[in-house]
Design a protein around this ligand. Structure first.
Ligand SMILES: Cc1cc2nc3c(=O)[nH]c(=O)nc-3n(C[C@H](O)[C@H](O)[C@H](O)COP(=O)(O)O)c2cc1C
Length: 381
């Protein structure tokens, strides 16, 4: 069956890693959030560059089980758990994340030109809520630099998503040109691309989700996709649309209906980005930006369910928002997501997260009599 089960002698090593992260976390949480993030990226980059540390990480975290594998858009996903966009904006830690057992990785958001993003501080931890507020505003090195790094990469055998955005100073009317410019540079390196129209931190961006813009935007991107495929002599890349959790049911249904139209250019949906809502927070914070983590979980699952009722299995959905354990991931799968992603829980739980979610998912699938993860998709929708 081509599966590599979790080797039991390694479990002891895994426990040592959990203890180590628990010891390091209080120190890391004393640092400014973004500084701690930059340190983590540097450490992961070094881990990924060294063959021995990569192999050591993979031997602890990287087991796979064929019951978790799926093929979507013609791509093989060894497990349904991915790293969400925003963690590795500039494609620096792909080998390390693969060694930690993620089934796919999404880099970005990448804009055509480099940009600084909003002034710091711009990431805020809310430990009592297991949440984060961020107003990063797409700081990134730009498509040329990211493409150059990807060209040097020894790409791991898991799907790589490339999340695209527009520069802050590009007019909304010219947004398509920005997405296409970044797409052209990054096309040779990705397995799927994501049109991010849902960050709350780029003024006006979310308007692109509306009927006035969305159809035309996706048609233009799809035309570029066909042209790039011919140029590079490969198949067109699956293009996914990442949406906000703050849309009304009618808007979600309209997006789902558009996605079902063949030729509309939406091959998949990612639900959801961060929320502007502050409902249910324990922490008293007065920071602007998008909220992620536990308080987003139920809302994002509801969005997945609403979309799935419209698109069914015709348009695969990636569910993201507040996933912190196997049960959360399972709920999103049962609501209609074919794959799930995490970001905030990785900050709170550390490198063990992919492994523990996969283990818990297998237990839940077995409990409910499913032979594979695909069988559970949408059963609660
Ligand atoms: C600090 C931070 C930066 C993010 N940057 C991006 C980004 O650049 N592009 C994007 O599509 N989503 C970005 N996100 C949103 C995540 O990809 C994800 O959709 C959201 O955080 C919900 O998942 P979570 O609750 O597991 O964090 C960011 C999230 C955080 C916390």
């Amino acid at each position: 069956m081509g599966c590599r089960r979790q080797p039991s002698p390694r479990r002891g090593n895994g426990r040592r890693e959990i203890v180590l992260y628990k010891l390091l976390k209080p120190a890391a949480f004393c640092l400014d959030s973004e500084y701690a993030h930059d340190l983590a990226i540097s450490a992961l980059e070094k881990t990924g560059q060294c063959r021995i540390s990569r192999a050591a990480a993979a031997s602890i975290y990287g087991w796979e089980d064929s019951r978790l594998a799926q093929t979507l858009w013609g791509l093989h996903f060894p497990n349904p758990l991915g790293m969400a966009a925003g963690f590795d904006k500039n494609a620096r830690v792909i080998p390390a994340l693969a060694a930690l057992g993620f089934g796919f990785i999404e880099i970005g958001t990448v804009t055509p030109r480099p940009q600084q993003g909003n002034p710091r501080p711009r990431i805020f931890r809310l430990p009592d809520d297991q949440a984060i507020i961020n107003r990063m505003g797409f700081p990134n090195e730009g498509a040329d630099a990211v493409a150059a790094r990807l060209a040097r990469l020894n790409k791991p055998a898991i799907p790589l998503g490339i999340n695209l955005g527009k520069n802050k100073d590009t007019l909304l009317e010219d947004a398509a040109q920005d997405y296409i410019a970044a797409f052209e540079k990054l096309f040779p390196y990705g397995d799927y691309c994501v049109i991010n129209v849902s960050s709350p931190n780029t003024p006006g961006l979310r308007l692109l989700q509306g009927a006035d813009y969305l159809g035309a935007l996706m048609t233009q991107i799809q035309a570029a996709n066909q042209r790039l495929a011919a140029l590079h002599q490969r198949a067109p890349m699956p293009c996914l649309l990442k949406i906000a959790p703050d849309l009304a049911v009618e808007d979600l249904e309209a997006i789902g209906a558009l996605a079902r139209v063949s030729g509309a250019g939406i091959d998949g949906l990612i639900a959801t980005n961060t929320t502007l809502s502050r409902d249910g927070l324990i922490s008293s914070v007065n920071e602007t930006g998008g909220l992620s983590g536990m308080p987003l979980r139920a809302r994002s699952t509801q969005v997945i369910r609403t979309l799935y009722r419209v698109v069914g299995k015709h348009v695969p959905i990636i569910g993201v928002g507040g996933v912190s354990n196997g049960q959360d991931a399972y709920e999103k799968l049962r609501a209609g997501a074919s794959l799930v992603q995490v970001y905030t829980a990785f900050i709170y739980q550390g490198p063990v997260i992919a492994r523990s979610i996969k283990t818990q998912l297998l237990t839940l699938l077995r409990r409910d009599g499913f032979n594979s993860v695909g069988e559970a998709v949408g059963v609660d929708a």
